[in-house]
Design a protein around this ligand. Structure first.
Ligand code: PLP
Length: 807
């Protein structure tokens, strides 16, 4: 489709620059060029965008809508260029002009509309849906502020607002004519109709306009362009008129606390924890109502079918429970706006909606106070109440053996609406995101629901787009792979398995090693630039990059670093392979202990990195403001991928997959997708340690673990904890006491001490393994070879055939 050669592209660039900026190429700033290239890409993809949508209309294609409060898409320029087939020619043209492509692409501000794994998964899924030629779209919120920007000041995290729309965002198109009105609050009136049925009308509601901004989702060289629709909240025209009269007191009209614009104002910065704030509930309903109304409008326009067959043409996947108000909202639209009876509306709803569960952490399970939903969404509350009544009655009569379990199954219980229960009851599919996670759902967390609806539960192990996370971020590795096994792996990532034939091939191993070494060199430069610390390019790059959370156990990692440091202080001539421990992590702004861990990492770094007596054998690096673009720089350089969550806590993880695909060896617990990685590569190509999920759950249930025993019996552990307690790593004496107390007096809820010894042991194995270069490179190649399974193409094929029933 794209036949530009380098010269043609240079001409195109110059031509555009003349027209858009009235400039010669030599006067063009990097930013000028960024926008010019974006405009070239849009010229290329926009016709395909229109054609793709026309094709769906013409063929009356069944479509999936992926509803998510988060889309962590990062930058789009390089991936759009790649998928349009223009990346290489564009890079060559820029170099020809004496420009550095990277300097130009980095003019795009990361779209950080997500917290971490859940939001990044949504972005990878969109890439795979389009690349596999499925009809599917994303639907989310156009937050004016994405996830906060992290700065570290004296070891403390400081959050700055992420105003990512400061400069024009070239990928979005505002669709004013497709705006939709969303109503909040007010009160509900019932009227009996002549036939005795009830009719509902709403009065004095607050009306908000949802204005869509569409972002193209470009398939990989297949001329498919799907849509990510991001909704922006604006004052409705009616409301504007009213306010003009009321002299513009609009901040206090919609509600006494929130203005209309706040609804799409900022992303809640919590990951794996639940915030019971009303504004968040408004955001959720705003997304759900605008999306559903839009879907129904489009269905009526494009199909000559009754709405009762909506589920033949539409499937809605909800990413976690955040959009689970889709269940009562679809019921409301079908009944109140479209005149459906309850049973018919329920039949449609429960055949349209499918739910993905992302966590079993109790602090992350959404539960809204009934009064809040009653006030904000009075009609929806009535519907939820009715769903609950019917569901509980059904258990009472059809499953008498579960009668005593009703309090734990009811959607409304303890004056709270349990969103996961609502999502399970109101959907036709409930999936977990890795094998172990789905098993825990079925056999423990949602056992009774599984008894009620055994066919509803299924597993879809997460994945990542290999186009961004291998082709784009690691072009040298990609070329080395293609050189030996050909390019088929790009369209069929499972073909990476052919690399196994080269796992003993000396020239290939040497090449892989050179690539890794060069990626490490590049990262070392970035690290020096950002932190001033010079690191040994030949040291082991040991990487833990992910949100900061107790369950992810960055604390265990830094304890090991302290242990190594203590050992080196006692024995400075100890013969160890130099290590560089690389961290990057944001903590939720209100998560005190997580912020303490960030501070601890910094304080340890400030001691270790400048201690001359240990001969640069140890470095600790914390890179601030972890986001997609930073991940793209770190991952190709990783030797060790730290995936050390307390077993049973990490539903899947996707960082583990990204690093495996780039040749890092996993050091991990038997948790999430680590288990599936291990099953593929075998015990000899991964470092597994620590408690199993079964053991962890057993301790939680029956007790039997005493953290203080380990403190008393293990000198290494006691020394570290005492160092913390005595403020040895702190600026003053009480620094880090909270960590000390949490471990010893809250009995180490995440089993950091329990897993300490096996973790140290695994690190010793790693250290020895790394000395045998051939052995290490063979492990690395084996990991890349098996990583094809973790392409989100595989995941999306499973969703498409088993849940969405597409094509
Ligand atoms: C992949 C990714 C994550 C998820 O990482 P986990 O290790 O699975 O928690 C979080 N943030 C960003 C920016 C990512 O790219």
């Amino acid at each position: 489709m794209n036949t530009y050669n380098k010269e043609a592209f240079v001409t195109l660039l110059k031509d555009k620059l003349t027209r858009k900026n009235i400039k010669h190429i030599d006067d063009a700033t990097d930013q000028d060029l960024y926008y010019v290239i974006a405009s070239i890409v849009k010229d290329e993809l926009n016709p395909h965008w229109l054609q793709t949508q026309d094709k769906y209309v013409k063929n009356e294609t069944r479509e999936v809508y992926y509803l998510s409060m988060e889309f962590l898409i990062g930058r789009l320029m390089e991936s759009n260029l790649l998928n349009c087939g223009l990346l290489e020619v564009c890079n060559e043209a820029l170099k020809e002009l004496g420009r550095n492509p990277e300097d130009i692409y980095k003019n795009e501000h990361d779209a950080g509309l997500g917290n971490g794994g859940l939001g990044r998964l949504a972005a990878c899924f969109l890439d795979s849906i389009a690349s596999l030629n499925y009809a599917g779209h994303g639907s989310g919120i156009r937050y004016r502020y994405g996830l906060f920007e992290q700065r570290i000041i004296h070891g403390n995290q400081v959050e700055l607002p992420d105003y990512w729309l400061k400069e024009e965002y070239p990928w979005e198109t505002r669709k004013t004519d497709e705006a939709i009105e969303v109503e909040f609050g007010g009160h509900v009136q019932m009227h009996a109709k002549n036939d005795g049925s009830l009719e509902f009308s709403y009065h004095d509601t607050d009306k908000v306009m949802a204005v869509p901004y569409d972002v193209p989702v470009v398939g990989y060289q297949n001329e498919v362009v799907n849509t990510l629709r991001l909704w922006s909240a604006e004052l409705s025209p009616e409301e504007s008129d009213f306010l003009a009269e009321a002299n513009g007191q609009y901040y206090h009209h919609l509600d006494h606390t929130h203005s209309v614009e706040q609804i799409s104002g900022f992303l809640y910065p919590d990951d794996s924890s639940y915030e019971g704030k009303e504004l968040r509930l408004k955001q959720q309903f705003f997304l759900v109502s605008a999306t559903l109304q839009g879907i129904i409008k489009k269905f009526k326009k494009n199909h000559d079918l009754p709405l009762s067959s909506l589920y033949e043409k539409v499937v809605i996947q909800i990413n976690d429970t955040h959009p689970s108000l889709a269940v009562p909202e679809l019921m409301r639209i079908l009944m109140d706006d479209e005149g459906f009876e309850w049973d018919d509306a329920w039949h449609v709803t429960t055949n349209v909606i499918a739910y993905t569960n992302h966590t079993t952490l109790s602090e992350a399970l959404e539960k809204w106070p009934t009064t809040m939903i009653q006030q904000l969404l009075p009609r929806l509350y009535m519907i939820i109440d009715e769903i609950n009544e019917r569901f509980c009655k059904g258990i009472w009569f059809d499953h008498p053996e579960l009668r005593h379990e009703i309090p734990g199954l009811a959607i409304i219980a303890d004056d709270q609406v349990h969103m996961a229960r609502l999502a399970i009851v109101g959907s036709f599919s409930v999936n977990g995101v890795a094998r172990i996670h789905t098993e825990i759902l079925k056999n423990k967390e949602m056992k009774n629901f599984y008894t009620l609806f055994p066919d509803r539960f299924n597993n879809k192990t997460n994945g990542i787009t290999h186009r961004r996370w291998l082709l784009q971020v690691n072009p040298c590795l990609s070329n080395a792979i293609t050189d030996v096994i050909g390019p088929q792996w790009i369209k069929q990532p499972n073909k990476l398995i052919s690399l196994l034939r080269y796992s003993n091939d000396a020239p290939f191993l040497e090449k892989i090693n050179k690539v890794k070494q060069s990626n490490k060199q590049t990262l070392a430069k970035i690290i020096q630039q950002k932190t001033g610390v010079v690191i040994d390019e030949h040291s082991i790059f040991d990487v833990q990059i992910k949100r900061l959370h107790e369950y992810k156990r960055q604390l265990l990692n830094i304890f090991h670093v302290i242990y190594l440091y203590n050992e080196l202080k006692e024995n400075p001539t100890m013969d160890i392979t130099p290590r560089t421990f690389i961290f990057a992590a944001k903590a939720a702004p209100s998560y005190h202990l997580a912020k303490e861990v960030i501070k601890l990492i910094h304080h340890v770094a400030s001691i270790v990195n400048y201690d001359k007596t240990i001969n640069d054998k140890l470095k600790v690096i914390f890179l601030e403001n972890y986001n997609v673009s930073l991940a793209e720089k770190i991952i190709p350089a990783a030797d060790i991928s730290e995936q050390i969550s307390t077993a049973s806590k990490e539903a899947s993880g996707t960082g583990n997959m990204k690093m495996m695909m780039n040749g890092a060896i996993t050091l991990g617990t038997l948790d999430g997708a680590n288990i599936e990685i291990k099953d593929l590569v075998g015990d000899e190509n991964i470092f597994i340690f620590g408690l199993t999920a079964k053991e962890v759950l057993n301790y939680y249930q029956h007790g039997g673990y005493v953290a203080k025993d380990i403190y008393h019996n293990d000198d290494r552990v006691r020394k570290i904890l005492d160092q913390l307690n005595h403020g040895e790593f702190g600026a003053h004496e009480i620094e880090f006491k909270d960590i000390f107390y949490n471990i010893l007096y809250h009995n180490d809820p995440y089993f950091v001490l329990k897993d300490f010894d096996p973790y140290i042991e695994s690190h010793e194995l790693i250290e020895r393994a790394y000395r045998d270069k051939k052995y290490w490179q063979k492990m690395s190649v084996t990991n890349i070879a098996y990583s094809g399974k973790f392409s989100s193409d595989r995941t999306i094929r499973e969703y498409a055939s088993e849940i969405w029933k597409l094509r």
